[in-house]
Write a protein that binds this ligand. Sequence first.
Ligand SMILES: [Fe+2]
Length: 173
Amino acid sequence: MQGYLNEERRGAVLRSLRTDEGTLSRDYLAAARTVLRELVAMPDLVQRLPLERKAGGYTRNLLAGNEAVSVWAIVWAQGATTCIHDHHCSCCFGVVAGTITETWYRAIDVARAVPTEEQERQAGYVGCMLPSGPNIHRMRNLGAGDVITIHIYGFDHEAHASSIETEYTAVGG
Ligand SMILES: [Fe+2]
């Protein structure tokens, strides 16, 4: 793991994510957005990485990580979709190539949610969400080719399997 970026670049990414005040602070979120803006501005660099791909699904590739934060490149094959979920940590992402469809939901109880909004996130888009805010969403690749995104999560990849806190079932929509 973490073999995609050389040690120097990996260290630079982790240092520039200022996690000394945790991964919910305004400073951290601003740093995460800056890192993502830099990465989505260099799509060739990311696309040249030997990223894993999986037909019909999405594949996470760990680029860098420590006890506070983890950085992943995700390849979304045509038709790939996440479950409807919220997060136990902050979650910032940027779109490197293609367009990912993000649908937002509002929980109506502990297990069900209704869709409220849908946006097409195109290459260059950068956004962050916090576990304390309304942050239930689903991401799908509805296009014809692969989509590549970079995600920066406030979790230790050795302590958590993913950023998902709760999965929901859609009602309506
Ligand atoms: Fe998510």
